[in-house]
Design a binder for this molecule. Structure first.
Ligand code: 4NP
Length: 158
């Protein structure tokens, strides 16, 4: 069976989406589902192309045994709408931008992350201007969401 290709998207691709990428990959490995998934992340903005994740996201991941320090920022590209099966925006703003960028017939790949993962229709808020404690809360939110996402995928692969 072909792996499901998942793209996480936020604004800068340095705080939320690279952390989501690292968390989903780690959880998939723990659950023996790594073969079933390909994970990447991107930003709708261009400010952080080539940058490592924000150090607060790197530290939050590290506290939980996950290394995201080698990831590098990139901007969403037209090819992503063909290359990925599911494109998950962290907030409604990201989702709106993605739907605008989507090529014909690909907008249905775009979803709000928590809505798709667990049916909770809410944003993962942008933590960029918040203090370090916001990044632990971000981690917890992403871990819960990625866990639900894997359960959804697990139902497909079992
Ligand atoms: P992210 O957070 O979208 O979770 O990566 C942000 C990072 C940088 C900026 C905005 C949001 N920025 O404006 O540079």
């Amino acid at each position: 069976m072909k792996p499901v290709r998942v793209l996480f998207v936020c604004l800068g691709n340095i705080c939320r989406s690279p952390l989501a990428e690292g968390v989903l990959r780690a959880l998939a490995e723990q659950k023996g589902l790594a073969f079933a998934l390909e994970v990447d992340s991107a930003g709708t903005g261009a400010w952080h192309i080539g940058d490592p994740p924000d150090r607060r996201s790197i530290q939050a991941a590290r506290r939980h045994g996950i290394d995201i320090s080698t990831l590098r920022g990139r901007q969403v590209a037209a090819a992503d709408f063909d290359d990925f099966d599911i494109i998950l925006g962290m907030d409604e703003n990201n989702v709106r931008t993605l739907r605008r960028l989507a090529s014909e017939g690909t907008a249905q790949k775009v979803h709000l992350f928590l809505d798709y993962a667990s049916g909770e229709s809410r944003d993962v808020p942008d933590p960029y201007y918040d203090g370090p404690e916001a990044f632990e809360a971000l981690y917890q939110m992403l871990e819960a969401g990625c866990s639900s996402l894997l359960e959804r995928f697990g139902e497909r692969t079992s």
